[in-house]
Design a protein around this ligand. Structure first.
Ligand SMILES: [Fe+2]
Length: 525
Protein backbone atom coordinates (compact mmCIF):
# COMPACT_ATOMS: atom_id res chain seq x y z
CA UNK A 1 0.00 0.00 0.00
CA UNK A 2 1.67 3.31 -1.07
CA UNK A 3 2.41 5.50 1.97
CA UNK A 4 0.36 8.62 1.14
CA UNK A 5 -2.75 6.63 0.24
CA UNK A 6 -5.77 7.80 2.20
CA UNK A 7 -8.47 5.57 3.62
CA UNK A 8 -10.92 5.95 0.72
CA UNK A 9 -8.17 5.59 -1.87
CA UNK A 10 -6.96 2.47 -0.10
CA UNK A 11 -10.47 1.07 -0.14
CA UNK A 12 -10.73 1.60 -3.90
CA UNK A 13 -7.25 0.23 -4.44
CA UNK A 14 -8.11 -2.85 -2.38
CA UNK A 15 -11.28 -3.40 -4.38
CA UNK A 16 -9.39 -3.20 -7.66
CA UNK A 17 -6.67 -5.53 -6.36
CA UNK A 18 -9.22 -8.05 -5.16
CA UNK A 19 -10.94 -8.07 -8.52
CA UNK A 20 -7.64 -8.34 -10.37
CA UNK A 21 -6.58 -11.24 -8.14
CA UNK A 22 -9.89 -12.96 -8.66
CA UNK A 23 -9.58 -12.61 -12.41
CA UNK A 24 -5.86 -13.33 -12.77
CA UNK A 25 -5.92 -17.13 -12.47
CA UNK A 26 -8.58 -17.33 -15.12
CA UNK A 27 -6.74 -15.00 -17.43
CA UNK A 28 -3.53 -17.01 -16.98
CA UNK A 29 -5.27 -20.34 -17.31
CA UNK A 30 -7.37 -19.47 -20.27
CA UNK A 31 -4.97 -17.19 -22.05
CA UNK A 32 -6.05 -14.62 -24.58
CA UNK A 33 -8.35 -15.71 -27.32
CA UNK A 34 -7.29 -14.60 -30.73
CA UNK A 35 -7.91 -15.65 -34.26
CA UNK A 36 -10.93 -15.01 -36.40
CA UNK A 37 -13.72 -12.85 -35.03
CA UNK A 38 -16.49 -14.78 -33.33
CA UNK A 39 -19.72 -14.70 -35.31
CA UNK A 40 -22.85 -14.95 -33.21
CA UNK A 41 -26.07 -16.53 -34.38
CA UNK A 42 -28.10 -15.15 -31.45
CA UNK A 43 -27.45 -11.72 -29.89
CA UNK A 44 -25.43 -12.45 -26.69
CA UNK A 45 -26.31 -9.05 -25.16
CA UNK A 46 -30.03 -9.62 -24.65
CA UNK A 47 -29.70 -9.12 -20.86
CA UNK A 48 -28.65 -5.50 -21.39
CA UNK A 49 -25.94 -3.49 -19.66
CA UNK A 50 -25.62 -1.81 -16.27
CA UNK A 51 -23.35 0.48 -14.30
CA UNK A 52 -22.96 1.13 -10.61
CA UNK A 53 -20.83 1.98 -7.59
CA UNK A 54 -19.72 5.39 -8.95
CA UNK A 55 -16.67 6.96 -7.32
CA UNK A 56 -15.03 10.26 -8.27
CA UNK A 57 -12.70 8.50 -10.73
CA UNK A 58 -14.30 5.13 -11.42
CA UNK A 59 -17.49 3.24 -12.10
CA UNK A 60 -18.31 -0.47 -12.41
CA UNK A 61 -19.72 -1.63 -15.76
CA UNK A 62 -21.59 -4.88 -16.22
CA UNK A 63 -23.04 -7.18 -18.80
CA UNK A 64 -23.57 -10.92 -19.10
CA UNK A 65 -23.37 -12.86 -22.32
CA UNK A 66 -26.38 -15.07 -22.75
CA UNK A 67 -25.33 -17.89 -25.03
CA UNK A 68 -28.22 -18.88 -27.28
CA UNK A 69 -28.94 -22.51 -28.22
CA UNK A 70 -27.42 -22.18 -31.69
CA UNK A 71 -24.18 -20.71 -30.34
CA UNK A 72 -23.92 -23.45 -27.68
CA UNK A 73 -23.26 -25.90 -30.49
CA UNK A 74 -20.22 -23.93 -31.64
CA UNK A 75 -16.99 -25.45 -30.38
CA UNK A 76 -14.35 -23.22 -28.84
CA UNK A 77 -16.94 -20.88 -27.37
CA UNK A 78 -15.06 -20.55 -24.09
CA UNK A 79 -13.32 -18.46 -23.08
CA UNK A 80 -15.01 -15.43 -24.60
CA UNK A 81 -13.13 -12.17 -24.98
CA UNK A 82 -15.24 -9.06 -24.38
CA UNK A 83 -14.19 -5.47 -25.01
CA UNK A 84 -15.58 -2.78 -22.74
CA UNK A 85 -15.38 0.81 -23.97
CA UNK A 86 -16.11 4.11 -22.22
CA UNK A 87 -16.73 7.32 -24.11
CA UNK A 88 -16.86 10.97 -23.07
CA UNK A 89 -19.61 11.75 -25.57
CA UNK A 90 -22.99 10.31 -26.43
CA UNK A 91 -21.98 9.94 -30.10
CA UNK A 92 -19.26 7.49 -28.98
CA UNK A 93 -16.45 9.33 -30.76
CA UNK A 94 -14.16 10.13 -27.84
CA UNK A 95 -13.10 6.83 -26.33
CA UNK A 96 -11.44 7.52 -22.97
CA UNK A 97 -11.07 3.99 -21.54
CA UNK A 98 -11.25 0.42 -22.71
CA UNK A 99 -10.43 -3.02 -21.44
CA UNK A 100 -10.36 -6.59 -22.70
CA UNK A 101 -12.12 -8.97 -20.33
CA UNK A 102 -12.10 -12.75 -20.46
CA UNK A 103 -15.19 -14.58 -19.29
CA UNK A 104 -16.46 -18.12 -19.40
CA UNK A 105 -19.07 -20.55 -18.21
CA UNK A 106 -17.62 -20.71 -14.67
CA UNK A 107 -18.69 -17.11 -14.10
CA UNK A 108 -21.92 -17.47 -16.01
CA UNK A 109 -20.32 -15.42 -18.82
CA UNK A 110 -20.74 -12.34 -16.64
CA UNK A 111 -18.51 -9.35 -17.34
CA UNK A 112 -17.45 -6.84 -14.67
CA UNK A 113 -15.20 -3.95 -15.65
CA UNK A 114 -13.99 -1.21 -13.30
CA UNK A 115 -13.42 1.81 -15.52
CA UNK A 116 -10.77 3.90 -13.76
CA UNK A 117 -8.99 7.19 -14.25
CA UNK A 118 -12.22 8.95 -15.16
CA UNK A 119 -12.99 12.62 -14.47
CA UNK A 120 -15.23 13.42 -11.50
CA UNK A 121 -18.85 14.49 -11.62
CA UNK A 122 -19.65 14.00 -15.30
CA UNK A 123 -21.56 11.62 -17.57
CA UNK A 124 -19.98 8.82 -19.60
CA UNK A 125 -21.34 6.37 -22.15
CA UNK A 126 -20.25 2.74 -22.44
CA UNK A 127 -20.77 -0.44 -24.44
CA UNK A 128 -19.42 -3.96 -24.79
CA UNK A 129 -18.33 -5.83 -27.88
CA UNK A 130 -17.74 -9.52 -28.40
CA UNK A 131 -16.93 -10.84 -31.87
CA UNK A 132 -19.43 -9.32 -34.27
CA UNK A 133 -21.93 -8.43 -31.52
CA UNK A 134 -22.25 -5.03 -29.86
CA UNK A 135 -24.26 -4.35 -26.72
CA UNK A 136 -26.76 -1.54 -26.24
CA UNK A 137 -25.10 1.69 -25.08
CA UNK A 138 -25.43 2.64 -21.45
CA UNK A 139 -25.12 6.04 -19.84
CA UNK A 140 -23.44 6.43 -16.48
CA UNK A 141 -21.69 9.06 -14.44
CA UNK A 142 -18.95 9.52 -11.88
CA UNK A 143 -19.45 10.92 -8.38
CA UNK A 144 -18.18 14.39 -7.46
CA UNK A 145 -14.94 14.70 -5.48
CA UNK A 146 -15.45 14.11 -1.77
CA UNK A 147 -15.07 17.77 -0.82
CA UNK A 148 -16.71 19.27 -3.91
CA UNK A 149 -19.32 21.96 -3.30
CA UNK A 150 -22.22 19.93 -4.70
CA UNK A 151 -25.66 21.53 -4.61
CA UNK A 152 -27.93 18.70 -5.64
CA UNK A 153 -28.32 14.92 -5.68
CA UNK A 154 -31.32 13.34 -7.37
CA UNK A 155 -31.91 9.66 -6.81
CA UNK A 156 -34.63 7.08 -7.33
CA UNK A 157 -35.26 4.74 -4.40
CA UNK A 158 -36.72 1.37 -5.44
CA UNK A 159 -37.30 -2.16 -4.11
CA UNK A 160 -39.41 -5.31 -4.38
CA UNK A 161 -40.05 -6.25 -7.99
CA UNK A 162 -41.97 -9.52 -8.07
CA UNK A 163 -42.00 -10.38 -11.77
CA UNK A 164 -45.32 -12.17 -11.55
CA UNK A 165 -47.17 -9.41 -9.70
CA UNK A 166 -46.89 -6.63 -12.25
CA UNK A 167 -45.11 -5.02 -15.18
CA UNK A 168 -41.96 -3.00 -14.48
CA UNK A 169 -43.51 0.29 -15.67
CA UNK A 170 -41.96 2.04 -12.66
CA UNK A 171 -38.55 1.32 -14.23
CA UNK A 172 -39.65 2.93 -17.49
CA UNK A 173 -40.48 6.05 -15.44
CA UNK A 174 -37.12 5.86 -13.62
CA UNK A 175 -35.32 5.59 -16.98
CA UNK A 176 -36.96 8.84 -18.15
CA UNK A 177 -35.97 10.88 -15.08
CA UNK A 178 -32.89 13.09 -14.87
CA UNK A 179 -31.11 11.28 -12.06
CA UNK A 180 -27.67 10.89 -10.55
CA UNK A 181 -28.32 7.47 -9.03
CA UNK A 182 -30.78 4.65 -8.61
CA UNK A 183 -30.65 3.20 -5.10
CA UNK A 184 -32.19 -0.27 -5.02
CA UNK A 185 -32.64 -1.65 -1.50
CA UNK A 186 -33.62 -5.26 -2.10
CA UNK A 187 -35.90 -7.97 -3.41
CA UNK A 188 -34.52 -7.64 -6.94
CA UNK A 189 -35.76 -11.13 -7.75
CA UNK A 190 -38.31 -13.30 -5.98
CA UNK A 191 -37.64 -16.96 -5.49
CA UNK A 192 -41.27 -17.82 -4.81
CA UNK A 193 -44.52 -17.73 -6.80
CA UNK A 194 -48.08 -16.97 -5.86
CA UNK A 195 -50.30 -18.04 -8.77
CA UNK A 196 -53.30 -16.13 -7.34
CA UNK A 197 -51.67 -12.78 -7.99
CA UNK A 198 -49.77 -13.49 -11.20
CA UNK A 199 -50.13 -11.20 -14.22
CA UNK A 200 -47.18 -13.03 -15.85
CA UNK A 201 -45.33 -16.17 -14.88
CA UNK A 202 -41.91 -17.09 -13.62
CA UNK A 203 -40.20 -19.78 -15.65
CA UNK A 204 -38.76 -22.70 -13.72
CA UNK A 205 -39.30 -23.86 -10.14
CA UNK A 206 -38.06 -22.11 -7.00
CA UNK A 207 -34.30 -21.61 -7.52
CA UNK A 208 -31.91 -23.37 -5.18
CA UNK A 209 -28.82 -24.03 -7.29
CA UNK A 210 -26.51 -21.57 -9.05
CA UNK A 211 -27.88 -22.52 -12.42
CA UNK A 212 -31.47 -22.03 -11.25
CA UNK A 213 -30.70 -18.61 -9.74
CA UNK A 214 -28.94 -17.65 -13.00
CA UNK A 215 -32.08 -18.56 -14.92
CA UNK A 216 -34.25 -16.51 -12.56
CA UNK A 217 -31.98 -13.45 -12.97
CA UNK A 218 -31.94 -13.93 -16.72
CA UNK A 219 -35.75 -13.79 -16.73
CA UNK A 220 -35.83 -10.56 -14.71
CA UNK A 221 -32.97 -9.02 -16.69
CA UNK A 222 -34.80 -9.71 -19.93
CA UNK A 223 -37.44 -7.13 -18.98
CA UNK A 224 -37.03 -4.09 -21.28
CA UNK A 225 -38.09 -1.53 -18.63
CA UNK A 226 -35.61 -2.87 -16.11
CA UNK A 227 -32.92 -2.83 -18.79
CA UNK A 228 -33.79 0.79 -19.60
CA UNK A 229 -33.43 1.91 -15.97
CA UNK A 230 -30.04 0.18 -15.75
CA UNK A 231 -28.84 1.64 -19.04
CA UNK A 232 -29.91 5.17 -18.05
CA UNK A 233 -28.30 5.58 -14.62
CA UNK A 234 -25.65 4.11 -12.29
CA UNK A 235 -27.13 2.02 -9.47
CA UNK A 236 -26.20 1.46 -5.86
CA UNK A 237 -27.49 -1.95 -4.85
CA UNK A 238 -28.40 -3.62 -1.58
CA UNK A 239 -30.11 -6.96 -1.26
CA UNK A 240 -32.86 -8.16 1.07
CA UNK A 241 -34.20 -11.67 1.64
CA UNK A 242 -35.80 -12.76 -1.65
CA UNK A 243 -32.47 -12.71 -3.47
CA UNK A 244 -31.93 -15.93 -1.46
CA UNK A 245 -35.21 -17.03 0.17
CA UNK A 246 -38.05 -15.26 2.00
CA UNK A 247 -37.22 -14.22 5.59
CA UNK A 248 -33.82 -15.83 5.79
CA UNK A 249 -31.64 -14.47 8.58
CA UNK A 250 -27.87 -14.85 8.36
CA UNK A 251 -27.27 -18.61 8.19
CA UNK A 252 -30.88 -19.73 8.77
CA UNK A 253 -33.82 -20.10 6.49
CA UNK A 254 -37.45 -20.29 7.64
CA UNK A 255 -37.71 -24.00 6.84
CA UNK A 256 -34.97 -24.81 9.37
CA UNK A 257 -32.91 -26.37 6.61
CA UNK A 258 -29.65 -27.97 7.83
CA UNK A 259 -26.89 -25.37 8.01
CA UNK A 260 -24.59 -26.85 5.36
CA UNK A 261 -27.45 -27.25 2.88
CA UNK A 262 -28.73 -23.71 3.40
CA UNK A 263 -25.27 -22.17 3.21
CA UNK A 264 -24.67 -23.88 -0.13
CA UNK A 265 -27.91 -22.34 -1.35
CA UNK A 266 -26.87 -18.93 0.01
CA UNK A 267 -23.51 -19.26 -1.76
CA UNK A 268 -25.28 -20.03 -5.04
CA UNK A 269 -27.66 -17.09 -4.58
CA UNK A 270 -24.86 -14.64 -3.73
CA UNK A 271 -22.78 -15.81 -6.69
CA UNK A 272 -25.73 -15.35 -9.05
CA UNK A 273 -26.43 -11.92 -7.55
CA UNK A 274 -22.84 -10.85 -8.22
CA UNK A 275 -22.91 -12.26 -11.74
CA UNK A 276 -25.94 -10.10 -12.59
CA UNK A 277 -25.09 -6.76 -11.01
CA UNK A 278 -22.55 -3.96 -11.50
CA UNK A 279 -20.50 -4.79 -8.39
CA UNK A 280 -16.74 -4.63 -7.90
CA UNK A 281 -16.49 -7.49 -5.42
CA UNK A 282 -18.17 -10.90 -5.45
CA UNK A 283 -18.44 -13.69 -2.89
CA UNK A 284 -15.47 -14.37 -0.63
CA UNK A 285 -14.54 -17.84 -1.82
CA UNK A 286 -12.29 -18.31 1.23
CA UNK A 287 -15.28 -17.95 3.58
CA UNK A 288 -17.12 -21.06 4.84
CA UNK A 289 -19.07 -22.57 1.95
CA UNK A 290 -17.95 -19.49 -0.10
CA UNK A 291 -21.20 -18.01 1.17
CA UNK A 292 -20.08 -14.59 2.46
CA UNK A 293 -20.06 -11.47 0.36
CA UNK A 294 -19.45 -7.93 1.55
CA UNK A 295 -22.04 -5.69 -0.01
CA UNK A 296 -22.30 -2.83 2.51
CA UNK A 297 -20.29 0.25 1.63
CA UNK A 298 -20.13 4.03 1.88
CA UNK A 299 -20.56 6.41 -1.03
CA UNK A 300 -19.86 10.15 -1.15
CA UNK A 301 -21.60 12.84 -3.13
CA UNK A 302 -19.28 15.80 -2.53
CA UNK A 303 -19.90 17.72 0.66
CA UNK A 304 -23.66 17.29 0.16
CA UNK A 305 -24.24 13.66 1.14
CA UNK A 306 -22.61 10.52 2.47
CA UNK A 307 -24.61 7.39 1.64
CA UNK A 308 -24.26 4.11 3.50
CA UNK A 309 -25.70 1.00 1.86
CA UNK A 310 -26.46 -1.32 4.79
CA UNK A 311 -26.80 -5.11 4.74
CA UNK A 312 -29.73 -6.11 6.97
CA UNK A 313 -29.76 -9.84 6.06
CA UNK A 314 -26.33 -11.41 6.06
CA UNK A 315 -25.30 -10.67 9.65
CA UNK A 316 -28.61 -10.34 11.55
CA UNK A 317 -29.79 -12.34 14.56
CA UNK A 318 -32.61 -14.76 13.73
CA UNK A 319 -36.14 -13.39 14.11
CA UNK A 320 -37.28 -13.51 17.75
CA UNK A 321 -39.88 -15.98 19.05
CA UNK A 322 -40.36 -17.89 15.79
CA UNK A 323 -43.13 -20.35 15.11
CA UNK A 324 -41.56 -23.69 16.12
CA UNK A 325 -42.69 -25.26 12.87
CA UNK A 326 -41.56 -22.43 10.64
CA UNK A 327 -38.83 -19.84 11.20
CA UNK A 328 -38.75 -16.35 9.77
CA UNK A 329 -40.84 -13.32 10.67
CA UNK A 330 -44.32 -13.26 12.17
CA UNK A 331 -46.48 -11.11 14.44
CA UNK A 332 -45.78 -11.85 18.12
CA UNK A 333 -47.00 -10.66 21.50
CA UNK A 334 -45.26 -11.00 24.87
CA UNK A 335 -41.93 -11.95 23.32
CA UNK A 336 -39.21 -11.17 25.87
CA UNK A 337 -36.49 -12.23 23.41
CA UNK A 338 -37.16 -9.09 21.36
CA UNK A 339 -35.52 -6.90 23.99
CA UNK A 340 -32.32 -8.92 24.36
CA UNK A 341 -29.46 -6.45 24.04
CA UNK A 342 -27.23 -8.69 21.94
CA UNK A 343 -29.79 -8.92 19.13
CA UNK A 344 -28.44 -7.28 15.99
CA UNK A 345 -29.76 -6.29 12.57
CA UNK A 346 -26.41 -5.33 11.02
CA UNK A 347 -23.96 -7.51 12.94
CA UNK A 348 -21.44 -6.02 15.34
CA UNK A 349 -18.75 -5.28 12.74
CA UNK A 350 -21.09 -3.44 10.36
CA UNK A 351 -22.62 -1.55 13.30
CA UNK A 352 -19.20 -0.37 14.53
CA UNK A 353 -18.18 0.62 10.99
CA UNK A 354 -21.40 2.57 10.49
CA UNK A 355 -21.26 4.40 13.82
CA UNK A 356 -17.64 5.38 13.25
CA UNK A 357 -18.49 6.64 9.77
CA UNK A 358 -21.46 8.63 11.04
CA UNK A 359 -19.36 10.28 13.74
CA UNK A 360 -16.67 11.23 11.23
CA UNK A 361 -18.94 12.40 8.43
CA UNK A 362 -18.77 16.07 7.52
CA UNK A 363 -21.39 15.80 4.75
CA UNK A 364 -24.56 17.88 5.09
CA UNK A 365 -26.84 14.85 4.75
CA UNK A 366 -26.17 11.42 6.15
CA UNK A 367 -28.19 8.93 4.11
CA UNK A 368 -28.71 5.35 5.35
CA UNK A 369 -29.93 3.16 2.48
CA UNK A 370 -31.06 -0.10 4.04
CA UNK A 371 -33.50 -2.86 3.34
CA UNK A 372 -36.56 -2.43 5.49
CA UNK A 373 -38.77 -0.24 7.70
CA UNK A 374 -37.25 1.42 10.77
CA UNK A 375 -40.28 3.22 12.25
CA UNK A 376 -42.40 1.13 14.65
CA UNK A 377 -45.69 -0.27 13.32
CA UNK A 378 -46.64 -2.42 16.33
CA UNK A 379 -50.20 -2.20 17.69
CA UNK A 380 -51.85 -2.77 21.08
CA UNK A 381 -54.02 -5.88 21.36
CA UNK A 382 -55.77 -7.68 24.21
CA UNK A 383 -52.72 -9.97 24.38
CA UNK A 384 -50.25 -7.07 24.55
CA UNK A 385 -48.29 -5.13 21.92
CA UNK A 386 -48.30 -7.07 18.65
CA UNK A 387 -45.00 -6.77 16.80
CA UNK A 388 -43.88 -7.93 13.36
CA UNK A 389 -40.47 -9.48 13.87
CA UNK A 390 -38.77 -9.28 10.46
CA UNK A 391 -38.36 -5.47 10.20
CA UNK A 392 -36.53 -3.21 12.68
CA UNK A 393 -39.43 -3.68 15.14
CA UNK A 394 -37.98 -7.15 15.66
CA UNK A 395 -34.61 -5.64 16.60
CA UNK A 396 -35.56 -2.81 19.00
CA UNK A 397 -32.23 -2.75 20.86
CA UNK A 398 -30.30 -2.53 17.59
CA UNK A 399 -32.53 0.37 16.50
CA UNK A 400 -31.97 2.04 19.87
CA UNK A 401 -28.18 1.73 19.53
CA UNK A 402 -28.30 3.41 16.13
CA UNK A 403 -30.54 6.25 17.30
CA UNK A 404 -28.51 6.65 20.52
CA UNK A 405 -25.39 7.04 18.37
CA UNK A 406 -27.08 9.91 16.54
CA UNK A 407 -28.22 11.51 19.82
CA UNK A 408 -24.88 11.12 21.60
CA UNK A 409 -22.87 12.38 18.64
CA UNK A 410 -25.16 15.31 17.89
CA UNK A 411 -25.41 13.83 14.38
CA UNK A 412 -28.16 15.69 12.54
CA UNK A 413 -29.65 15.68 9.05
CA UNK A 414 -29.93 11.90 8.84
CA UNK A 415 -32.24 10.40 6.21
CA UNK A 416 -33.03 6.70 6.35
CA UNK A 417 -34.23 5.11 3.12
CA UNK A 418 -35.84 1.69 3.01
CA UNK A 419 -38.08 -0.74 1.13
CA UNK A 420 -39.29 -4.31 1.70
CA UNK A 421 -42.73 -3.53 3.18
CA UNK A 422 -44.47 -2.63 -0.10
CA UNK A 423 -45.74 0.75 1.08
CA UNK A 424 -44.83 4.39 0.87
CA UNK A 425 -43.83 5.66 4.29
CA UNK A 426 -42.72 9.01 5.67
CA UNK A 427 -41.85 8.81 9.36
CA UNK A 428 -40.13 10.40 12.32
CA UNK A 429 -37.51 8.39 14.18
CA UNK A 430 -36.89 9.08 17.88
CA UNK A 431 -35.43 7.20 20.83
CA UNK A 432 -38.86 6.95 22.47
CA UNK A 433 -41.11 6.23 19.51
CA UNK A 434 -44.35 8.18 19.34
CA UNK A 435 -43.34 10.26 22.38
CA UNK A 436 -43.57 13.98 21.63
CA UNK A 437 -41.13 14.67 24.42
CA UNK A 438 -38.42 12.63 22.73
CA UNK A 439 -36.57 14.61 20.03
CA UNK A 440 -36.87 13.51 16.40
CA UNK A 441 -33.40 12.25 15.45
CA UNK A 442 -33.86 11.19 11.82
CA UNK A 443 -36.33 11.28 8.94
CA UNK A 444 -37.42 8.07 7.25
CA UNK A 445 -38.65 7.49 3.72
CA UNK A 446 -39.60 4.00 2.59
CA UNK A 447 -40.58 3.30 -1.00
CA UNK A 448 -43.48 1.14 -2.07
CA UNK A 449 -42.69 -1.86 -4.27
CA UNK A 450 -42.05 -1.73 -8.01
CA UNK A 451 -44.73 -4.46 -8.38
CA UNK A 452 -45.16 -6.61 -5.24
CA UNK A 453 -48.57 -6.67 -3.58
CA UNK A 454 -49.09 -4.50 -0.48
CA UNK A 455 -50.82 -4.86 2.90
CA UNK A 456 -54.56 -4.43 3.31
CA UNK A 457 -55.85 -1.00 4.33
CA UNK A 458 -57.37 -2.32 7.58
CA UNK A 459 -54.00 -3.64 8.82
CA UNK A 460 -52.27 -0.45 7.77
CA UNK A 461 -54.88 1.75 9.41
CA UNK A 462 -54.33 0.03 12.76
CA UNK A 463 -50.58 0.62 12.47
CA UNK A 464 -51.08 4.31 11.59
CA UNK A 465 -53.46 4.87 14.50
CA UNK A 466 -51.13 3.22 17.00
CA UNK A 467 -48.00 5.01 15.72
CA UNK A 468 -48.28 8.77 15.25
CA UNK A 469 -44.62 8.84 14.17
CA UNK A 470 -45.79 7.08 11.02
CA UNK A 471 -46.58 10.40 9.34
CA UNK A 472 -47.70 8.75 6.10
CA UNK A 473 -48.24 5.16 4.99
CA UNK A 474 -49.98 3.88 1.85
CA UNK A 475 -49.74 0.31 0.59
CA UNK A 476 -52.28 0.29 -2.25
CA UNK A 477 -50.05 1.52 -5.10
CA UNK A 478 -46.84 0.41 -6.79
CA UNK A 479 -43.92 2.62 -7.83
CA UNK A 480 -40.82 4.25 -6.36
CA UNK A 481 -39.60 7.35 -4.52
CA UNK A 482 -37.77 10.26 -6.12
CA UNK A 483 -35.43 12.07 -3.74
CA UNK A 484 -34.10 15.53 -4.48
CA UNK A 485 -31.43 16.30 -1.91
CA UNK A 486 -30.21 19.90 -1.78
CA UNK A 487 -28.19 21.81 0.80
CA UNK A 488 -31.12 23.43 2.59
CA UNK A 489 -33.78 20.74 2.18
CA UNK A 490 -34.44 17.24 0.90
CA UNK A 491 -37.72 16.41 -0.82
CA UNK A 492 -39.24 12.99 -1.43
CA UNK A 493 -41.88 12.39 -4.10
CA UNK A 494 -43.75 9.11 -4.10
CA UNK A 495 -44.53 8.23 -7.73
CA UNK A 496 -46.98 5.38 -8.15
CA UNK A 497 -49.71 3.57 -10.04
CA UNK A 498 -52.58 1.36 -8.82
CA UNK A 499 -51.95 -2.35 -8.19
CA UNK A 500 -51.35 -4.42 -10.24
CA UNK A 501 -48.99 -2.36 -12.41
CA UNK A 502 -50.05 -3.03 -16.00
CA UNK A 503 -48.04 -2.40 -19.13
CA UNK A 504 -50.16 0.60 -20.17
CA UNK A 505 -50.18 2.34 -16.79
CA UNK A 506 -48.33 5.59 -16.12
CA UNK A 507 -47.00 6.70 -12.79
CA UNK A 508 -48.15 9.89 -11.14
CA UNK A 509 -47.34 11.87 -8.03
CA UNK A 510 -48.98 10.34 -4.95
CA UNK A 511 -47.51 12.57 -2.22
CA UNK A 512 -44.59 14.88 -1.59
CA UNK A 513 -42.62 15.49 1.62
CA UNK A 514 -39.77 17.75 2.64
CA UNK A 515 -37.15 17.64 5.36
CA UNK A 516 -35.51 20.95 6.16
CA UNK A 517 -31.85 21.03 7.06
CA UNK A 518 -31.44 21.20 10.84
CA UNK A 519 -35.03 20.15 11.51
CA UNK A 520 -35.63 16.38 11.46
CA UNK A 521 -39.01 14.99 10.50
CA UNK A 522 -40.83 14.92 7.13
CA UNK A 523 -43.32 17.72 6.40
CA UNK A 524 -46.08 17.17 3.83
CA UNK A 525 -45.98 19.61 0.93
FE1 LIG B 1 -40.47 -7.58 -1.10
Amino acid sequence: MPAPMRRREFHRWAQAQALAMALAPWQQLLGQTSGPERRWRDDPFVLGVASGQPRADSVVLWTRLLIGPQDRLVTGLDPAQVTCEVFADEALRQRVWHSEITTDEQRGHSVHAIAQGLAADRPYWYRFRCGDATSPTGRTRTAPHAQADVRRLRLALASCQHYEQGEFVAHADIARQALDLVVFVGDYIYESSNPRTAVRKHTGAEPKTLDEYRQRYALYKSDPHLQAAHAAHPWLLMWDDHEVVNDYANDRDPRNTPLAVFMQRRAAAYQAYFEHQPLAIGPDLASPWGASMRLHDKWSWGCLADIWTLDCRQYRSPQACPDPNRGGGRVVTQCAELEETNRTMLGSAQEAWLYEGLRQSTATWKVLAQSTLMCPTSVNTLLGRATYTDAWDGYPQARRRLLQTLADGGISDVLTLGGDVHMNVAARLRLQANDEGSPVLASEFVTTSITSRGLSESVLNAARTANPDLVYARADERGYALLDIQAQAATCEFRSTPYPAGSRQDLSLQARFQVERGRAGPLKL
